[in-house]
Design a protein around this ligand. Structure first.
Ligand SMILES: [Ca+2]
Length: 106
């Protein structure tokens, strides 16, 4: 009788420990979700997303290049569009902001 009660208590503790583990893992997942980069800088094909001027790195010149294309001061090439930061197929100020955000985080 005593052993049965003890076994139930152990099972309850295990259940509570399991629940706490799941809850804490979920909480940690939510906390770290914001740390994930919104876009991947390097694609499998070798073209670097955001590297608009094809210099081999993403820097402020890429943001400037996008702003120039948005304003019509620079031609939009298919190669540049292939490196579109948010992959929506057009260049907007949002793309330049994404690049500046990435540079700022580094
Ligand atoms: Ca875009």
């Amino acid at each position: 009788m005593t052993k049965k009660t003890s076994s139930a208590a152990v099972n309850f503790k295990i259940l509570m420990l399991g629940s706490a583990t799941v809850a804490s893992a979920f909480f940690v997942g939510i906390q770290t979700a914001g740390d994930v980069q919104p876009i991947s800088l390097i694609e499998a094909g070798g073209a670097i997303t955001g590297d608009i001027d094809n210099s081999g790195m993403v820097d402020e010149n890429d943001a400037i290049a996008i702003l120039e294309m948005v304003q019509g001061y620079r031609d939009i090439t298919p190669d540049a569009l292939h490196r579109d930061p948010n992959h929506d197929g057009i260049f907007t100020i949002d793309d330049a902001i994404r690049i500046l955000t990435i540079i700022g985080d580094q």
